[in-house]
Design a protein around this ligand. Structure first.
Ligand code: ATP
Ligand code: MG
Length: 271
């Protein structure tokens, strides 16, 4: 891939990265796309909305229990600006970390006012008040369709669904799409599923090829042509508190995420 300068969007694109299935590559996709965009000159924010805090780890950002975090934003109405950290990975790459406290938020939110809108309200304020505009925001969701994920859907304009190329890939997808449709109808009419990314692809297996073909047939205009291969470099990068984009810039895994980012930039916002 040439060192392509990616065109920057005119207004902030806010992606929720969601799939209620666990371990399909949500966090890996979030941090590596964010890093790929930041590397190409965009200002990027990652919001870690998973109590596991995996995105915070991969971006090398402090997220011990006492660290100010997305919990304080969602539950106590702290500003995002007050809990945002700069990732050491790239210039213009920021992260709002998640700590273990977020595990309780799902229950605490139930009885709160505007329980579905709390993340959206805080994000709108951040984007309005930021000295320099953000080009991309990625929200990394937990593997469930609870109130945290609903908050992410309400705060976003686009949904990005990573799909692991394996047997059960399409199972649960209709439930996810139904939820997005419900949110679109009742809470956030601007929301669309704009992007599907096939992850952990192993071209040597017939099954992976078959799953990829199936997904493309169902969602021809949403699936990126770039596939993310199964790669050891991708899976070992987080243990160094890094994305694969900085850990091994020219590895196949890094190149695939950089190409996926370029494709997203070229495609732009769907009509
Ligand atoms: N392309 C890849 N090649 C090899 N390993 C990968 C790849 N993508 C992700 N992994 C590994 O698979 C595991 C699950 O990935 P990841 O944490 O991104 O999924 P997730 O959907 O965020 O999981 P969860 O639902 O728990 O939040 C991790 O150990 C990750 O390092
Ligand atoms: Mg995750």
């Amino acid at each position: 891939m040439a060192e392509e300068k990616l065109a920057l969007p005119a207004t902030t694109r806010v992606f929720t990265v969601a799939n209620q299935k666990g371990g399909v590559g949500k966090t890996t996709t979030t941090v590596n796309l964010a890093a790929a965009f930041a590397r190409s000159g965009a200002r990027v924010l990652v919001i870690d909305l998973d109590p596991q805090g995996n995105a915070s780890t991969a971006l090398g950002v402090e997220h011990r229990a006492e660290t100010p975090s997305i919990y304080d934003v969602v539950v106590d109405e702290s500003s995002m600006a007050s809990v945002m950290q700069k990732s050491p990975e790239f210039d213009h790459l920021y992260c709002i970390p998640a700590t273990i406290h977020l595990a309780g938020a799902e229950i605490e939110l139930v009885s709160m006012v505007a329980r579905e809108q709390r993340l959206a309200t805080a994000l709108t304020t951040l984007l309005q008040e930021a000295d320099e505009p953000f080009h991309y925001v990625f929200i990394d969701c937990p593997p469930s369709l609870g109130l945290l994920t609903i908050n992410a859907f309400v705060a976003a304009t686009e949904v990005l669904i990573p799909i692991q190329c394996e047997y059960y890939a399409l199972e649960g997808l209709s439930q996810l799409l139904n939820n997005v449709a419900m949110i679109g109808k009742h809470l956030n009419p601007r929301l669309t599923v704009s992007t599907i990314l096939l992850t952990m692809f192993d071209s040597r297996t017939n099954l992976a090829n078959q799953v990829a073909d199936d997904v493309r047939e169902h969602f021809p205009d949403k699936v990126l042509s770039t596939l993310i291969p199964r790669s050891v470099r991708i899976s070992e990068a987080p243990s160094y508190g890094q994305t694969v984009i900085s850990y091994d810039t020219n590895s196949a895994g890094s190149l695939s995420y950089r190409e996926a980012a370029a494709e997203m930039a070229r495609r732009g916002v769907p009509n």
